[in-house]
Design a protein around this ligand. Structure first.
Ligand SMILES: [Zn+2]
Length: 106
């Protein structure tokens, strides 16, 4: 068993789990019933998690989830790296090419 995803909400966790099942990857959702005690626990320990049963499937599951995580339309402006002048998506804090930090943030 390996955790492959931590969701913001239960619906998202089940969405990811169903998606993995569609790819013949057996997965379960954990922490989907812990909201009643959320006030007494650190929030990050209460977030629903998706776990993959077969170790062999973990890498594939992570690839499927990564695709899911890419926003359909990028918010904000692209920025040019101050070091190598590469164009970076607004969601990147670091230049993908040289890891230079985006000055525009902060
Ligand atoms: Zn750069």
């Amino acid at each position: 068993m390996k955790r492959v995803y931590t969701a913001d909400n239960v619906a998202m966790a089940w969405h990811v789990r169903n998606l993995l099942e569609q790819h013949d990857i057996a997965a379960i959702v954990r922490n989907d019933k812990l909201y009643s005690v959320a006030g007494e626990m650190p929030v990050h320990e209460c977030l629903p998690e998706v776990w993959v049963e077969e170790k062999l499937n973990v890498r594939r599951a992570e690839q499927i989830i990564r695709k899911l995580a890419i926003p359909v339309s990028e918010e904000g402006e692209e920025w040019n790296c101050g070091n190598c002048d590469e164009v970076n998506a607004a969601s990147f804090d670091l230049c993908w090419n040289c890891q230079y930090t985006n000055d525009a943030i902060d």
